[in-house]
Design a protein around this ligand. Structure first.
Ligand SMILES: N[C@@H](CCC(=O)N[C@@H](CS)C(=O)NCC(=O)O)C(=O)O
Length: 213
C-alpha cells in the first residue's frame, strides 16, 4: 500500500492526490501538520531532507517532489496517461505544469511567506500583494498557453486531464484562498469547472481530506 505524507491544504500534495485518484491507485494519507512544523521533525526529515510535503512511501522507499511523483505514477500505472507520449505534447504539458510548479508555487509557499514576514519584516498586505502578483503572472501566461494550444478543453490537457491540470487546480484553490482575481482567465476557469465535476479531483479537494472532514 502506498503511503502519502501530506498536508490537507498543501497544493503540491493536492497535485499528487489528484494523480493517484485519476489512476485509481489505493493509498493511505498521513497528515503532516505544517503549521506545527511537523515537516521539520526528524521523522519527516528522514523521509524528505527538504522538509516539505508531499512524500510518497513506495515499498520501503520514499519519493519526493510532486512532479517526480506524478512521473513515477505514470511509469508505474500507465493508464490514464498524465504525461503525453507524443514528444511535442509531452513538452507542452510539462511546460504548463512547470509554470505552476516551478515559477509560481515555490515563491508563494509557507517557508517563503514565513521568511518574508519574519526575516524581511513584510506586512500581511505586502505578503498578499507578493502572492497575488506571482500568481497573476503565472495564470496570465498559462491562459495564453491554453489559448494557443491544440487542445479543445475543457481541461488544459484536452478532453481528459493531464499533469498540467493536476498542477493548475490546486493553484486555483490557493488563489481563491487569497482572493486573487481570476476573471481574466476563462480557459483556466473552464478547466476548474470540469475538475469540480470530476470525481478524482473532487475526492482530492482539501475540504474532503481535512483532518476534521
Ligand atoms: N517542489 C515541491 C514543493 C513542495 C512544497 O513546497 N510543499 C509545501 C506545501 S505545498 C511544504 O511542504 N511547505 C512546508 C514549508 O514551507 O515549511 C513539490 O512539488 O513537491
Amino acid at each position: 500500500m502506498l503511503v502519502l505524507h501530506d498536508y490537507f491544504r498543501s497544493s503540491a500534495g493536492y497535485r499528487v492526490r489528484i494523480a493517484l485518484n485519476l489512476k485509481g491507485v489505493d493509498y493511505v494519507r498521513r497528515e503532516v501538520p505544517l503549521l506545527e512544523n511537523a515537516q521539520r521533525s526528524p521523522e519527516h526529515l528522514a523521509r524528505n531532507p527538504q522538509g516539505l510535503v508531499p512524500a510518497l512511501e513506495v515499498e520501503g522507499r520514499v519519493l519526493t517532489q510532486s512532479l517526480a511523483i506524478v512521473d513515477w505514477l505514470d511509469a508505474r500505472y500507465p493508464e490514464p496517461r498524465l504525461i503525453p507520449a507524443d514528444s511535442q505534447a509531452r513538452a507542452a504539458a510539462l511546460a504548463r505544469a512547470m509554470v505552476v510548479g516551478m515559477d509560481v508555487h515555490p515563491i508563494n509557499n509557507l517557508r517563503v511567506m514565513r521568511y518574508l514576514e519574519q526575516e524581511l519584516g513584510a506586512s500581511v498586505e505586502a505578503r498578499s500583494a507578493w502572492t497575488a502578483h506571482w500568481m497573476a503572472e503565472g495564470f496570465s501566461a498559462l491562459e495564453t498557453m491554453a489559448r494557443t494550444a491544440d487542445a479543445e478543453g475543457p481541461f488544459l490537457g484536452g478532453a481528459a486531464p493531464d499533469i498540467s491540470d493536476c498542477f493548475l487546480i490546486p493553484q486555483l484553490f490557493n488563489a481563491r484562498r487569497f482572493a486573487v482575481p481570476l476573471d481574466a482567465y476563462p480557459l483556466l476557469l473552464r478547466a476548474e469547472a470540469a475538475a469540480v465535476a470530476h470525481p478524482a479531483f473532487a475526492a482530492a479537494h482539501p475540504d474532503r481530506v481535512a483532518p476534521n472532514a
